[in-house]
Design a protein. Structure first.
Length: 121
């Protein structure tokens, strides 16, 4: 999974503390095993896929390449700015879906946080 991007957090109004990187820190990491969706027999007939995996949507989609050809609906949480370090943004996820025959029908619940005031010198 991806760590939250400190630059994003630092720029958000109502979240940021004074000083870059003072908002949070990783105190523990736990390795986990994963399985590609294409390898899970129980979902081989699925026609709907909903992803909320905190920045790793493209990784999950790449592990579901065969499954994508059967999808009627794919709902994925994607970002337009880096909320997580090195995460693929909307444009990259959309391109991958388009290359696999999945087209965007609509964007739902488009929302965001207010950035702190900034000045340009």
């Amino acid at each position: 999974m991806f760590n939250a991007d400190p630059q994003y957090i630092d720029a958000m109004s109502g979240i940021s503390k004074e000083g870059i990187g003072n908002n949070f820190s990783v105190i523990y990491e736990e390795p986990v095993s994963t399985t590609r969706l294409d390898e899970i027999e129980e979902v081989s007939d699925a026609d709907c896929l909903r992803l909320i995996v905190k920045g790793a949507e493209l990784d999950v989609l790449k592990g579901a390449e065969n499954l994508l050809s059967k999808m009627v609906v794919v709902e994925a949480t994607v970002e337009f700015v880096f909320v997580y370090e090195n995460q693929p943004l909307y444009s990259e996820v959309n391109l991958y879906l388009h290359q696999h025959g999945v087209l965007v029908h609509k964007l739902i619940n488009v929302a965001g946080r207010a950035f702190q005031p900034f000045t340009i010198n």
